[in-house]
Ligand binder design. Structure first.
Ligand code: GCU
Length: 415
């Protein structure tokens, strides 16, 4: 089983009996020792403090919405997918003028229901054309990562890649269940390699451009991707067929980390799903199992902010941990999904973080995962904090999606 990639210094620990004891920071105790006793105190004091700590020490600070940002619907087909859906493509100019990088948002909206529909929004890894074989989807012209199947030539996408990631995006099933899908390629915001920022929003929005020297608390790639999800939301709020109060964020793996951070920062997202987001996402950093902070920083130095590098092999010094990230969603519903063979992401650490976030939901009289111990395979748990672990490897599967849609049905389909 290949769970850990190259460039990792220490051997990862996969032995539960070798996880040293650790103490988690209390979501309900402020940095000055004050105890949070109600939702108002959480919202006024502790939540902003935690958000600030995550920003400063982990993901880095992103700018606000650029003034004068604008978009254009560049294609619309009301008879897409054999008449089942309306497909739209929207170009969002991210710099506030007609130059600079754009986010190309792809939308499928079900033709069945009238009026506004709830929508799942998530970034994709390889380009919008990979989510469905639909020949009407435009092929990205930007840098894309090489793929094993050889559909990418010199980091440019080709038509051969159409639908290559379709197993992760059950478009027809979403439409059948009354959901729309909105997705965009993460590389529109920043291509995923250490120098990729020069081609993305982190350079475009900085006065120094590609000469920018980042401050230790400045945004990393995950923050840039998360920022882009908020820009997609800016558009969704204006789409006449989208119920913007019912937008569920979803992300897998590094994009699951991104979904959590985007959901934490932007309360417009009604629900957040983090599929196998692992270290730097839903998994507790203090638990020494699978990937560690140092692994993230060595292999993906561009993902997190400069300050985060201080915590290599020193996770206990981090002022925050993953349970507090999940708690930043409160009182909104959030779902953490794990896979049994995905030990690198520490499924148990993901469950424990989800469970420990529950104290904040309780301030609102809401129940979190509702169980003490990690449930068996394929038995989803949780009221406002959903959790499951399924058999198999690191992937976003149709079964995962069914659970996420069931969860969304419970929370977003009420009148
Ligand atoms: C690597 C990385 C993980 C990440 C994953 C992914 O395995 O170490 O932190 O979640 O890639 O994004 O698939």
């Amino acid at each position: 089983m290949l769970l850990c990639g190259p460039g990792v210094a220490a051997e990862p620990n996969y032995d539960e009996s070798r996880v040293p004891a650790y103490t988690l920071p209390d979501p309900l105790v402020c940095q000055d020792g004050t105890r949070v006793t109600n939702a108002r105190m959480w919202e006024r004091r502790r939540r902003p403090e935690l958000l600030w700590l995550f920003e400063e020490q982990v993901y880095g600070r992103a700018p606000t919405r650029p003034p004068g940002m604008w978009w254009e619907v560049v294609s619309e087909d009301r008879q897409a997918l054999n008449g089942r859906a309306t497909r739209k493509e929207v170009t969002i100019w991210l710099r506030g003028d007609r130059g600079g990088p754009t986010l190309e948002l792809l939308l499928y909206l079900p033709n069945g229901p009238r009026g506004r529909v709830p929508v799942f929004l998530g970034l994709n890894f390889m380009g919008n054309h990979t989510v469905h074989p639909d020949p009407g989807i435009r092929i990205p012209t930007k840098w894309v990562p090489a793929d094993r199947a050889g559909t990418v030539v010199d980091h440019r996408a080709t038509a051969a890649g159409r639908g290559s990631m379709a197993s992760r995006w059950p478009v027809e099933r979403l439409l059948e269940r009354g959901y729309g899908l909105a997705t965009a390629y993460c590389g529109d915001l920043e291509p995923d390699f250490p120098e990729g920022w020069k081609l993305g929003v982190r350079a475009a929005l900085s006065p120094a451009g590609t000469n920018t020297v980042f401050a230790p608390e400045a945004w990393g790639a995950i923050a840039a991707w998360a920022w882009g999800l908020s820009r997609a939301m800016d558009y969704l709020e204006t789409d006449p067929r989208v119920d913007a109060r019912k937008v569920a964020l979803i992300g897998h793996s590094r994009l699951g980390k991104t979904a959590l951070w985007a959901g934490a920062r932007d309360p417009r997202f009604a629900l957040v799903v983090a599929n196998e987001s692992g270290e730097g996402g839903a998994a507790l950093a203090r638990r020494r199992f699978g990937e560690r902070t140092a692994d993230l920083n060595r292999r993906f130095p561009h993902w997190f902010c400069g300050n985060f590098k201080r915590y290599n092999d020193r996770e206990d010094d981090l002022p925050v941990d993953a349970h507090q990230l999940i708690a930043l969603m409160a009182p909104r519903p959030v779902y953490v999904g794990s896979a049994a063979e995905d030990l690198w992401a520490d499924p148990r650490g993901e469950f424990l973080a989800a469970r420990e976030a529950g104290v904040v939901y309780r301030l609102y009289g809401r129940e979190g995962v509702g169980v003490e111990t990690q449930p068996p395979l394929h038995q989803p748990v949780g009221q406002f904090i959903g959790y499951h672990i399924r058999a198999g490897r690191h992937e976003l599967t149709a079964w995962d999606w069914e659970q996420y849609m069931n969860f969304a049905d419970r929370h977003l389909r009420r009148p």
